[in-house]
Design a protein. Sequence first.
Length: 72
Amino acid sequence: MRASLKQKIITVCDLKIAQKGEQVGLSFYAFFANKNDNPELLMEAAQWWISTHQLDHFEKATKIKKLIETET
């Protein structure tokens, strides 16, 4: 996954955790605008979320952030 997407995910996770607490859940759509203006990036996130990690539709933001931070 490209570094810019990783950083965006961490930023969104941090923001949602600060707003709603450590139990907040997210889907990979949380990292994108409501319109599909970058399908390649959306598919990259979907591949990571669904195929690579086999995550549920909603996962805790803390879990997602930890997964991103531990990847090389």
